[in-house]
Design a protein around this ligand. Structure first.
Ligand code: ATP
Ligand code: MG
Length: 207
């Protein structure tokens, strides 16, 4: 864990709980009383055996699930329960997730350009079609792909390239925090280092 000099807490997780109810078979306490802080510019790694709740923790924080208990604050705004419009927007723009399996997490019917631009569309963050495509092209180049890739579909790419698409999609909104759920474990060993290096560079560039 390395803290930057400003020591600004960006994400605060307090006693997070996420249970899964399995009907008559009972309940899985996937996340139970998890607390940690993440500072601006910091990388925090969550380590634990399979099934210990790492993925669920990430998904609960970014609100793919509704937490059963505890508190989560993003830049001081509470995000674990009902949120007003402004907070919701803050969250969807500034917190992004990169998933373990780039194959499963990219919509195969959308072009790579549309996948990467989706967040821009949602938040209306461009002035014209040209402006939007310029942002998409820049992002493709940032992750080591190129503009010709924008019109192609995810299945036309290798695993490593697909994960780069996932990273581009996550970063185009310039999020303040990225939750990466084993972003390299589905990749060949030979390309794992490339993706890690890319993420490190982007972290340095964008804090
Ligand atoms: N949607 C779900 N419904 C029911 N149970 C779930 C669900 N998602 C996860 N679980 C259970 O919650 C627990 C934590 O799972 P989770 O996927 O968070 O673990 P993990 O630490 O990410 O594991 P891995 O290292 O294998 O990815 C496991 O017991 C899992 O079976
Ligand atoms: Mg997991």
């Amino acid at each position: 864990m390395s803290k930057t000099e400003h020591n600004e807490v960006i994400l605060q997780v307090k006693n997070l709980r996420q249970y899964f109810r399995l009907g008559r078979k009972g309940i899985v306490k996937a996340v139970d009383d998890v607390s940690f802080d993440v500072y601006k510019g910091e990388t925090l790694g969550l380590v634990g055996e399979s099934g210990s709740g790492k993925t669920t923790t990430g998904r609960s924080i970014i609100r793919l699930y509704d937490p059963d208990g505890g508190e989560v604050y993003f830049e001081g705004n509470r995000i674990d329960g009902p949120m007003d419009k402004k907070t919701k927007k803050l969250l969807t723009k500034n917190m992004q997730m990169i998933f373990q399996d780039p194959q499963a997490s990219l919509n195969g019917r959308m072009t790579v350009g549309d996948i990467i631009a989706e967040g821009l569309d949602v938040h209306g963050l461009y002035t014209s079609k040209q402006d939007k495509m310029k942002k998409v092209y820049e992002m493709l180049e940032t992750v080591g792909l190129n503009r010709e890739h924008a019109s192609r579909y995810p299945h036309e790419f290798s695993g490593g390239q697909r994960q780069r698409i996932g990273i581009a999609r996550a970063l185009i909104l310039d999020p303040k925090i990225v939750i990466a759920d084993e972003p390299i474990s589905a990749l060949d060993v030979s390309i794992q280092a490339q993706v890690v290096n890319l993420m490190n560079e982007l972290k340095k560039e964008r804090d």
